[in-house]
Design a protein around this ligand. Structure first.
Ligand code: FE2
Length: 522
């Protein structure tokens, strides 16, 4: 990274903002420190959701001593073609308002396709670190590209070395596939805790903001955001473990009460992620499923696997909506009236696949898609996990049939949630391993979160012959290079999550060839 991200520059030269003169805004100039304001860019910078002519740049003013919610602060931004910020090609200003936690989301446009840019903010007499971003390629481009994806970074369980190593790859685009934060905490005194959460459980706006504030201060996460634009979707822990639409995991919580919690969580997600205005939350609703086109090379269908779900299947008598292993006689598992994506998102996905002009169609989402026959740890009887795609098998079936019908070229799923690496073949009929393979799946392990028990899961693999690779023993991320002929995937592991200086290595490589579903050992 060197000084490119600005993170290694403790000098943080102060600047005089030209905005102060004549703007009428309560902008503090070069004497901010004297007035008691400390460095406002403690959460770093980020960019995301690229188009061929621009991207979103993000920061949030979060000085250690805080800002009054009523205070509006002018923030200057600039975009340059060089990492030293000498050739500035765009600049402007925006107001940071307390209603959105003094976050700013600038949709920069008018840039050249398929090239890097650098950006920086100025406010309260200080400069932010410099971030590197990149526009999407031109619509007809088939130029090779480099991606990464990661999920499940529980702060208490270790350091974000996976993020640091992915940052060093300087990818063209990075995907966060859920559990960017964890709302819950380990019991105080747990020997698992490497660094404790500031707030025990995030459940309201102040709590979720505090959680993001703590995570975003992490230097490895800041380095990753400063290294590449990102595309983020969520899983459950951005709100609450195992929630589905308006249903809490906990028995006895009314949908109305849970939607208030969801509204707070979604707002905090928006405030801390470089999203476009189209994702601005409206109460408890927030649109984050979207398409990102990367030239003609790839179309990313980015899904929301939580907001529109049917209620969890086969809820036990105690009313708990937590995920559990349901026996095959649970009729909900395959009920065609149930949906994981919601009907609108299903139609949107099926249409986006049918009309895709791309060489590769990547469905970027939060979960393991492949069916997985597993054992209830209490009874040892076989069944399916209710909180993932196995709990919504009819929706999965409709999706795989739509892929097959659409003839969308090279469908590949990326996912997270299960804290382990997986490579699977997705069959047209998920009950029939002899049926046609219609898509390939790669699931990344967690950045820090605990993996499922390796030996118990490994013993299940003969029952799940469509699983080509499984390993839950290490933490890490996934690195992908893509060209018109092949997708090359590396499962990357870190040496030790408790070590802030952990090293990285490659656990396994896979290749998917154009025109042929299913991964080959690379
Ligand atoms: Fe997770």
């Amino acid at each position: 990274m060197g000084n490119e991200s600005g993170l290694a520059d403790p000098g943080r030269r102060r600047v005089l903002s030209g905005l102060a003169a004549g703007s009428g805004l309560a902008l503090i100039g070069p004497y901010a420190r004297a007035a008691g304001t400390d460095y406002p860019f403690t959460l770093g910078v980020a960019s995301g959701d690229p188009l061929p002519d621009g991207f979103v740049i993000w920061t949030r003013l979060a000085p250690v001593s805080g800002l009054q919610p009523s205070r509006e602060v002018a923030v200057r931004w600039s975009v340059a073609t060089d990492e030293g910020m000498r050739q500035v090609v765009h600049r402007g200003h925006v107001l940071a308002r307390g209603g959105l936690a003094h976050s700013v989301h600038v949709e920069v446009a008018g840039l050249q396709p398929g090239r890097p840019y650098w950006y920086r903010f100025e406010a309260l007499g200080e400069q932010s670190p410099i971030g590197r971003s990149r526009t999407a390629p031109a619509a007809d481009s088939l130029a090779p590209a480099h991606f990464g994806f990661a999920s499940c970074s529980h702060y208490e369980l270790g350091y974000f070395s996976a993020y640091r190593h992915l940052a060093q790859e300087q990818a063209d685009l990075v995907f966060f596939l859920g559990d960017y934060i964890y709302e819950n905490s380990f019991a105080s005194g747990s020997t698992k805790i490497v660094r404790a959460h500031d707030v025990i459980e995030a459940s309201d706006l102040a709590g979720y903001r505090a959680r993001y504030t703590q995570y975003k201060r992490d230097p490895d996460l800041q380095a990753l955001h400063a290294s590449a634009p990102c595309v983020a979707t969520w899983d459950d822990h951005e709100v609450q473990n195992d929630y589905a639409d308006r249903w809490s995991q906990d028995a006895g919580v009314s949908p109305q009460a849970f939607l208030r919690r969801r509204a707070a969580a979604y707002q905090a997600f928006y405030e801390h992620i470089p999203l476009r205005r189209t994702s601005l939350p409206q109460g408890a609703d927030m649109r984050i499923y979207r398409r990102i086109d990367f030239g003609q090379l790839a179309r990313f269908h980015v899904l929301d696997g939580r907001q529109y779900r049917s209620e969890q299947p086969c809820i036990p008598a105690n009313g708990s909506h937590r995920g559990h292993i349901a026996a095959p006689d649970c009729a909900d598992l395959s009920d065609s009236r149930r949906t994981l994506l919601g009907w609108e998102q299903e139609a949107w996905l099926h249409e986006g696949l049918a009309r895709s002009p791309a060489r590769w169609n990547v469905i970027a989402q939060d979960l393991l898609v492949a069916p997985m026959l597993q054992r209830d740890p209490a009874t040892l009887s076989l069944g399916h996990w209710t909180d993932g795609w196995d709990g919504y098998a009819a929706c999965r079936q409709r999706m795989l049939q739509a892929i097959d019908r659409s003839q969308a070229r090279n469908p590949v799923f990326w996912g997270g949630d299960i804290h382990s690496f997986w490579t699977t073949d997705l069959h047209l009929d998920s009950q029939d391993p002899a049926s046609k393979v219609v898509a390939t799946e790669f699931v990344g392990t967690s950045v820090t979160s605990d993996g499922p028990p390796y030996d118990a899961f490994h013993a299940l693999m003969p029952l799940n012959p469509h699983v080509k690779f499984f390993d839950s023993r290490q933490r890490g991320y996934v690195s992908v290079t893509l060209d018109e002929r092949r997708m090359s995937t590396r499962f990357q592991t870190i040496s030790e999550r408790r070590d802030p200086a952990a090293t990285a290595s490659t656990l396994q490589r896979f290749v998917v060839e154009d025109g042929r579903a299913g991964a080959l050992l690379g």
